[in-house]
Design a binder for this molecule. Structure first.
Ligand SMILES: [Zn+2]
Length: 232
């Protein structure tokens, strides 16, 4: 059913993103994962993890806004190209336009502190800087069992839905489509995109990363390339 109804494009362009969302909108109700208790029969949770830089987010949000769709946005406290301090004005702007803004948590397995303790430190910085208390979080590059946690420090782990919950899951992680079930089996769907891969005209994943870091020092480029896994 899924494969015949929806065409997940090979060319990751804004035009194809718009076509994909309009097709999905015919079959699903777009909701924030914070409204997961809605009684809608077929729900879709559209999510963006901002691993690189928020500049790549805006064109996708323009597409969504034109289709009267809103998404859940997850921000890191620290990436090679932005910090949450840089993002405070943007958070206010996103919230006022109906998007939810949430914590993209990065667990350091080499730290002596527990997952929960690290999560709390990052959450407190996020709230102090933005003045916004998020309801949701996701793990950046989830490892081991971290992603099955249903909640942490009273934030709901949206990523756990595709492990424990009623959602199928499709993502563009590593610059390729990843499907939890193929074809889809469940009533609801979580769709994760990383805005860096999407462009006016299709750009290969490595070139997306190089472009993102081209005006930065070589060690930042290297940090970015090491930090993100992608299709080669
Ligand atoms: Zn991430």
């Amino acid at each position: 059913m899924f494969n015949t109804k929806f065409c997940f494009p090979d060319q990751w362009t804004f035009a194809n993103y718009s076509k994909l969302l309009s097709d999905l909108k015919k079959c699903y109700t777009f909701l924030s994962f914070s409204d997961n208790d809605s009684s809608a029969k077929r729900k879709i949770f559209l999510r963006h993890d901002i691993d690189v830089h928020p500049n790549f987010l805006d064109p996708l949000l323009e597409v969504e806004t034109s289709l009267d769709i809103r998404s859940d946005i997850y921000l890191l406290n620290e990436s090679p190209l932005y910090t949450i301090e840089d993002m405070a004005p943007k958070v206010t702007d996103l919230l006022s336009n109906g998007f939810t803004v949430n914590l993209h948590f990065e667990y350091d397995k080499n730290s002596p502190d527990s997952y929960e303790a690290q999560h709390l430190v990052q959450l407190e910085r996020f709230v102090n800087v933005t003045g916004h208390q998020p309801k949701l979080y996701t793990d950046h590059k989830p490892r081991g069992q971290t992603h099955v946690n249903v909640s942490c420090n009273e934030l709901i782990n949206a990523h756990s839905a595709n492990v424990n919950g009623p959602c199928d899951y499709i993502s563009d992680s590593r610059g390729q489509w990843n499907h939890s079930n193929h074809p889809l089996k469940k009533s609801h769907l979580m769709l994760l995109t990383h805005p860096i891969w999407w462009n006016q005209e299709h750009v290969e994943p490595l070139n997306c990363l190089l472009r993102a870091s081209q005006h930065h020092e070589p060690h930042i480029q290297q940090s970015l390339l090491h930090r993100l896994t992608f299709r080669r």
